[in-house]
Design a binder for this molecule. Sequence first.
Ligand code: NDP
Length: 463
Amino acid sequence: MTAYDYDLFVIGGGSGGVRSARLAASMGRRVAIAEEYRFGGTCVIRGCVPKKLFVYASQFHEHFEDAAGYGWTVGESRFDWPTLIAAKDKEIARLEGLYRRGLENAGAELLDTRAVLTGPHEIRLLKTEKTVTAETIIIATGGTANPHASLPGHELCITSNEAFHIEELPKSILIAGGGYIAVEFANIFHGLGVDTTLIYRGKEILSRFDIDMRQGLHKAMVDKGIRIVLTDVIEEVTKSPAGGLTARTKAGATIAADQVMLALGRDPNTVGLGLETAGVAVDHRGAVVVDAYSRTNVPHIFALGDVTDRVQLTPVAIHEAMCFIETVYKNNPTAPDHDLIATAVFSQPEIGTVGLSEEEASAKFDEIEVYRAEFRPMKATLSGRAEKMIMKLIVNAADRKVVGAHILGHDAGEMAQLLGVSLKAGVTKDDFDRTMAVHPTAAEELVTMYKPSYRVKGGERIA
Ligand code: NDP
């Protein structure tokens, strides 16, 4: 028993915070967890989960169209946005309830309040104006959408936060950014019948992905009817006299849209958290600086998830939380492993990826082999849909290790999960070659690309 009110106080009820609080409480620790908005955090409340529900909703019109090639006559169809929002809200409330109950059942105390640090071991609960103390503190406050405050008219725009609650589905939308959120929402809105334009400052969307994924997705989106404007940025957003908004771009274009959505990255959520008072160091972006074990410069204060700006992904925050438990409560120092994280972009078509892009691999290794297949998936034959899947394996020629695997197409995210296991286990191309195909699937292409499409040596494509 310590002199503190709690053994562990967690600030932030998102993925990382909830997992660490629940596990510590289930081990008999006296745990409190404070959340100022809703338990579940960005992922459950206004991120991954509702986004995926929106993705499903936005795909039905293509399913209806595809059905005709298989002999179905589908009657008149109509989409109702308020029905989707209400169903989504109900599901999110259910999940939030599960998160709350999981914490309660483990014995954690839930505090529905903003909490700020007022000393190295001291936390102020703003709702009750009460101050409590804890032996160990976790900062797991996540991130917030970059409001792009320097953009004139930014207050007229929405971010992904509001996109989940717009009252009326806009007829047109302009989305700024070329990352996960911009690309996913461009496909969602387009799929729901919204006239959609994406504007991105770079030469190709999804700057951190393999070039074939980037170009392949770009083409598929344009073919569907999404406008993509590259190497340009919005410089001003104003209200149009006739209603809606007008965006003026750096290149001199004027784009009118009912809504303008900014998806320009997410900032660590540390403003006003009392970190200075507690002596916790942050970097130039406001992210909490941590060591390999998620420990801040104040030894009993830890930080997990997006607030540390390491890798902004839910499973990473959860993994970091489990490593915290091992390190602090099981006497088994465990550093989170951030290598070879499989991830998916829920664009349409999807991207599933793990490991190095061709560009990264060719910069890292003297010689690489690239295995690449582009084909029409079987389902598209009878439906007549013009769509291509792209699969790509990047192999280090020196030891035959597969160092990157990239898929564009249906279920790419599902495949990436399993490829993640293989690459983590150090799979070689020879292992792929001696693996029997599952037929007929799209994934069988991954184990039947026997000959390299080309090699890259010293950064130059050689054959
Ligand atoms: P990303 O970092 O993916 O993308 C941000 C985009 O905004 C980039 O295209 C970036 O350009 C651009 N950008 C940043 N600042 C400016 C600026 N000042 N002017 C113009 N463009 C700018 O962030 P998101 O907001 O899309 O998503 C946040 C994080 O959430 C992601 O990093 C991801 O980790 C996570 N996420 C994961 C999802 C998943 O797993 N499916 C889904 C959604 C989010 P540039 O590339 O040139 O830097």
